[in-house]
Design a protein around this ligand. Structure first.
Ligand SMILES: *[C@@H]1O[C@H](CO)[C@@H](O)[C@H](O)[C@H]1NC(C)=O
Length: 255
C-alpha cells in the first residue's frame, strides 16, 4: 500500500518534469491602420488578429491581412504560408514563406520572423516584385526554415522595410533588415537572396509541375544539399496543396 503510493507519487512527479508538449505561438503586428489579420488552417479561421497558440504542430497554415479584398484563402492578397513543427530529423523542422502565386497577389507589405528560436530569421516582401516571395511553385529558395523546437512566429503588415522580432512580450523593430540586405546570419538565406524573380508567372501557374510533388518521405541520411532539395520539394508539395485548395474553394464558392 505504502509502496504503491510512493510509486504513484514518484511517477506523478516524473510526469510533471517531462518536457512540455509541443506548441507554437503565432502573433500579429498590423501597422497598416486597416484590415484584420487572418490565420487559417483547412479553411477554418484560427485567429482574427489575436495571438494564437497551437496544441502541437501547426502545419499547412496560412495568414494574410483581410483588407476586404481577399477571398477566404487569401486570394488577391499577400499570403504567408507556414508549417511550424519540431524537427524529428535534420531538415524536417519549420518552414515559412510568402507567396504571390496567382490568384494570390501583392496587397500589403508583409513580413514574418521567428522568435523563441531562430530569432529574427524571416523575410520581408514590400512590393509586387519583391525577391522574397513565391511567384511560381519552384521558387523554393524563398522558404525560411528553422530547426529549433517550439519556435514561434511574428507576422507583420505594413512594417515598411523593416522586419520585426519579438523579445519576450514586446514587439521591437531592429535597425535595418530590408529586402535585399546582406545576410547577417548564416541561415538567413532569403534575406541575401539575389535570385531573379520571374516576372510573368501566369504561364506556368495553371499547371503545377508534378516533378516537385514526387518528393519522398523524410530521409535523414542524405547529404546536406540533397536534404535541402528534398525539404524544399516537400515544402513545395505541401504548399501546392494550398493552391489546389484555393482553386477548389474558388470554384466551390462561386467567386
Ligand atoms: C514590377 O515589375 C513590373 C514588370 O517589370 C513593372 O511593370 C512594375 O512597375 C513593377 N512594380 C514595382 C512596384 O516596381
Amino acid at each position: 500500500m505504502i509502496l504503491s503510493t510512493v510509486i504513484w507519487v514518484l511517477s506523478a512527479l516524473a510526469g510533471a518534469v517531462v518536457v512540455g508538449a509541443e506548441k507554437h505561438t503565432v502573433r500579429f503586428d498590423n501597422r497598416c491602420g486597416y484590415g484584420t489579420p487572418h490565420l487559417l488552417k483547412n479553411g477554418a479561421i484560427l485567429s482574427q488578429g489575436e495571438e494564437y497558440v497551437s496544441d502541437g504542430s501547426l502545419d499547412s497554415t496560412i495568414a494574410y491581412l483581410q483588407t476586404g479584398n481577399c477571398n477566404l484563402n487569401g486570394e488577391g492578397c499577400t499570403l504567408v504560408e507556414m508549417t511550424l513543427v519540431n524537427p524529428t530529423c535534420p531538415g524536417c523542422g519549420s518552414s515559412v514563406d510568402i507567396s504571390l502565386i496567382p490568384p494570390l497577389a501583392f496587397s500589403v507589405s508583409t513580413s514574418f520572423s521567428y522568435f523563441n528560436g531562430c530569432d529574427g530569421q524571416g523575410a520581408v516582401c514590400n512590393s509586387e516584385n519583391c525577391t522574397t516571395a513565391f511567384y511560381i511553385p519552384s521558387d523554393n529558395h524563398v522558404q525560411v526554415q528553422c530547426e529549433e523546437n517550439n519556435v514561434d512566429l511574428l507576422i507583420s503588415f505594413c512594417a515598411e522595410g523593416s522586419s520585426t522580432y519579438v523579445k519576450v512580450d514586446e514587439v521591437v523593430t531592429p535597425p535595418s533588415l530590408s529586402v535585399g540586405a546582406a545576410a547577417t546570419r548564416p541561415k538567413t538565406a532569403v534575406m541575401g537572396s539575389t535570385a531573379s524573380v520571374p516576372q510573368h508567372p501566369s504561364a506556368t501557374s495553371s499547371s503545377h509541375p508534378s516533378a516537385t510533388t514526387a518528393a519522398s518521405k523524410k530521409k535523414c541520411k542524405k547529404s546536406r544539399s540533397q536534404r535541402r532539395d528534398s525539404v524544399a520539394a516537400k515544402r513545395s508539395e505541401s504548399f501546392l496543396k494550398f493552391h489546389r485548395r484555393h482553386a477548389k474553394n474558388r470554384l466551390g464558392s462561386g467567386h
